[in-house]
Design a protein around this ligand. Structure first.
Ligand SMILES: [Zn+2]
Length: 246
């Protein structure tokens, strides 16, 4: 269980003369140690190091538990966004000749045109959403083409839109639709939703035959379903404030 040479979580310490034992409090993005006044710093360090695995697991659990109703963040400089599960820091430049969005490793850069008259926060949210939806349309189009060639199925159209409670949909006219928020999820999860909807072109139900079809192309579908059940609520627009969820 030694975490030697590995990542040790950062933490803050609060000492109290009335305390007799050391307690580690884990929050989604921080760790606080409550300690007796006289205990040595090295003892606290050692304990945190020993408990690293437990702390990381606990934080992961807490982060998954962010409620759907948590306060939406105001998107601005420094906000965290996701693109195919990769965290991105938002950088905003105002008063630019034109509006554009540029994705680079670790960050998403939004330039806002000086002609935009809306309040800054509305403009940021609106322009990013437009960009995300356009990118999601391209991404889904490409992945659906690849999967349909592989599965020898041909949907009549690929639609990316907003759904309140669905990740995807397939109708009797052969149109497959996807929730654009999925573009923030891992690529493997998106693939599952695509295989799921394409499989409906053969089986318009959730019968054992349908799941057989899904399994043929996506054997680990149970993991993907579990991810959507536990972490799907994190796919929101604007993103939820992770810190308010405890
Ligand atoms: Zn279905």
């Amino acid at each position: 269980m030694s975490a030697e040479g590995r990542f040790t979580p950062g933490y803050t310490v609060r000492r109290s003369s009335r305390r007799r034992t050391i307690e580690i409090q884990v929050r989604p993005d921080s760790v606080r140690v409550l300690a007796p006044a006289r205990v040595a710093q090295s003892r606290i360090d050692q304990l945190v190091r020993q408990k690293t695995d437990w702390i990381i697991t606990r934080q992961r659990e807490l982060r998954l538990r962010v409620p759907v109703s948590s306060a939406p963040v105001l998107l601005d400089q420094g906000s965290q966004l996701f693109w195919l599960d990769e965290p991105l820091i938002l950088e905003v430049a105002v008063d630019q000749p034109e509006t554009c969005v540029h994705l680079s490793p670790g960050s998403i850069k939004l330039a806002l045109s000086r002609r935009i008259r809306k309040p800054r926060s509305d403009a940021i949210k609106e322009q990013l959403e437009l960009w995300y939806r356009a990118q999601a349309q391209d991404y889904f189009q490409q992945r659906v083409s690849a999967w349909s060639a592989h599965m020898k199925l041909s949907p009549t159209a690929v639609v990316v839109r907003s759904y309140r409670r669905k990740w995807g949909c397939c109708n009797s006219r052969g149109v497959v639709s996807f929730n654009w928020l999925l573009i923030m999820a891992p690529a493997s999860i998106i693939d599952y939703v695509i295989v799921h909807e394409l499989s409906h072109l053969k089986q318009m139900n959730h019968s054992p035959r349908f799941w057989q079809e899904v399994t043929r192309y996506y054997p680990d579908y149970a993991d993907a379903k579990a991810w959507l059940n536990s972490s799907g609520t994190r796919l929101q627009w604007p993103p939820a404030d992770i810190n308010s969820g405890t």
